[in-house]
Ligand binder design. Structure first.
Ligand SMILES: Cc1cc2nc3c(=O)[nH]c(=O)nc-3n(C[C@H](O)[C@H](O)[C@H](O)COP(=O)(O)OP(=O)(O)OC[C@H]3O[C@@H](n4cnc5c(N)ncnc54)[C@H](O)[C@@H]3O)c2cc1C
Length: 501
């Protein structure tokens, strides 16, 4: 190891970690910064769009199951974090959410002026834009057709690509580096500025001014380690935890004794933005697996029924998991892969004390999350409305969890509330997932309700900050990466201020 001492150590190289590193290392700061990342270092040259290989980018191949097995959470374990596998759909936090965060959690810095100025700059940096409609693939066109036929307003999604080749499987890593995520933008930028990146390095615990980590062997076909394998201890004036919602709370829980901090809110108020991906079978072959997967969304049911709908399309293994049935029935469904139309349902869940990231006896992450009654109701409403869209778009069959039959047919639509109903929703037998975990180290004004103060510093510590989605005091209710970047910028400003004193 060349250096063991830094001004700032950032734990995690994902959206929160990469962004905070970018702001901290901007010209002239002169700070010695290291990023410690548990995953391997893979660049676009290491991606191949093959599901069997690329699910290695994720924890547990893409589904970390909750204790009760009701929901599988996707998060990446690789340099760039989940930006390496995200789709790049770009939302600003809704005004209603910001109002609540200001009012109930004291996050008064989130003024319209600060949010707009920061996100204007971030969106320009990442080339956030709408794709021209003429570039939509069939899946997106059919979504619009179905919604139009039902009189449901659709809105255009913004995405952060540059030179996209429309390969279709953004969530397997982009081989052309078109997604302007942390892996492509902030990580190369901070490396040029002299920030040290240590990968395959799992942080087990932190103490005031010290980080304890274990460096593991680099997996095959990834960039080799630059430091020796085994345990290391590094020192810094400030330590910023950016290991994501699944891991920042777990690091804090493992470190509670060493930090002399025991805050009962650590890990609590987890939200998952639960998602179903449902498929319909169209009348003819459509090439939905090519083209940009997401260009439209519907927020018309957000306030009344608690859900968003987005276009989406997934690779064969994940599509197989999302479809109902077993054996020959399931095989026959999957034979229709190239006729499938697909919709992503995202349900707004509320932050509840009982939903949390905990740790097992070895200190590893445990997801303790129960789907609430109101989320179940939203799911049923969302499944009913999405099924109607599939048929209004021209699908012949719909493959719907929470229904009394497979497939659901167009003639079932008049009685859809009888066929898709809560009594048929068995969450341990349906593929509920999450790619938007949030909370667990929530920001607030007092340790009675939060884990960090308004600057992002962990209550009861001198040197430990958080900069990732675990800061969210409640669900942001839209795809979250822009909000993670916004909070990371704010935390960077506070850490810079602290460095000057
Ligand atoms: C498949 C998928 C698609 C998505 N699509 C979108 C989208 O289109 N739009 C959108 O807004 N959001 C999307 N998201 C969500 C978005 O990627 C996340 O909200 C965002 O990345 C969260 O940022 P973060 O910094 O909290 O965590 P991450 O970006 O996940 O970064 C955490 C990093 O910490 C590392 N780490 C964890 N534990 C340790 C440890 N102990 N020691 C060292 N390092 C550690 C991890 O390996 C990881 O690199 C998607 C997510 C997934 C999984």
């Amino acid at each position: 190891m060349r250096d063991t001492s830094y001004d700032i150590i950032i734990v995690g190289s994902g959206v929160g970690g990469g962004t905070v590193a970018d702001y901290l290392s901007r010209a002239g700061s002169g700070l010695r910064i290291a990023i410690i990342e548990s995953g391997p270092f893979r660049k676009k040259e290491h991606f191949n769009q093959r599901e069997i290989d690329m699910t290695a980018l994720y924890y547990n191949r893409g589904a970390v199951l909750s204790e009760n097995m009701e929901i599988g959470v996707a998060a990446a374990n690789t340099v760039g974090g989940s930006s390496a596998v995200y789709t790049g759909v770009s939302f600003r936090p809704p005004e209603s959410v910001l109002n609540r965060w200001r009012r109930e959690f004291g996050m008064e810095f989130l003024t319209a002026e600060y949010v707009n100025r920061s996100l204007d700059e971030i969106e320009e940096d990442l080339n956030v834009h709408e794709l021209p409609e003429r570039e939509d693939n069939e899946n997106n066109r059919l979504f619009r057709k179905g919604a139009d036929a039902l009189g449901i307003p659709v809105k255009r999604l913004k995405i952060n690509t540059k030179g996209c080749l429309k390969q279709g499987f953004c969530n397997l890593g982009c081989t052309s580096g078109a997604k302007q995520g942390t892996l492509e933008v902030q990580i190369p930028r901070v490396l040029k500025r002299g920030v040290t990146l240590i990968y395959n390095a799992v942080v087990r615990t932190v103490e005031e001014n010290a980080v304890n980590l274990v460096v593991r062997k680099a997996p095959e076909n990834t960039i080799p380690n630059e430091i020796e394998e085994g345990g290391h201890r590094l020192y810094a004036r400030y330590i910023i935890l950016a290991a994501g919602t699944l891991n920042t709370p777990a690091i804090l829980l493992r470190s509670a004794k060493k930090l002399h901090v025991s805050n009962p809110n650590t890990g609590r108020y987890l939200t998952l933005h639960p998602a179903f991906n449902i498929n319909g079978i169209y009348t003819k072959t459509i090439t939905n697996y090519r083209g940009f997967p997401k260009t439209w969304y519907i927020d018309a049911f957000s306030d009344s029924d608690g859900f968003y709908l987005e276009t989406s399309f997934y690779f064969p293994g994940v599509t197989a998991k999302n479809n109902p049935g077993y054996g020959s029935m399931h095989r026959d469904i999957m034979r229709c892969y190239s006729k499938m139309m697909s919709i992503l349902i995202l349900i707004h869940d509320e932050a509840e004390y009982g939903n949390r990231i905990a740790t097992d006896r070895r200190g590893n992450t445990v997801i303790d999350y129960t789907v609430s009654d109101s989320v179940r109701k939203s799911m049923i409403r969302a499944l009913q409305e999405s099924t109607k869209i599939l048929f209004a778009a021209g699908c012949e069959k719909a493959l719907i969890p929470g229904s009394d039959k497979t497939p659901v047919l167009p003639e079932d639509v008049p009685d859809i509330h009888l066929h898709i109903a809560e009594q048929y929703l068995n969450l341990t037998r349906t593929p509920l997932s999450s790619a938007h975990p949030q909370g667990g180290a929530r920001m607030g004004t007092t340790p009675k309700h939060a884990v960090t103060d308004i600057s992002g510093k962990v209550f009861g510590t001198q040197s430990i900050y958080v900069s990732d989605a675990s800061l969210f005091p409640g669900s942001v209710k839209v795809n979250p990466y822009e909000t993670v970047m916004l909070l990371a910028k704010w935390v960077a400003e506070n850490v810079l201020e602290a460095c000057l004193h």
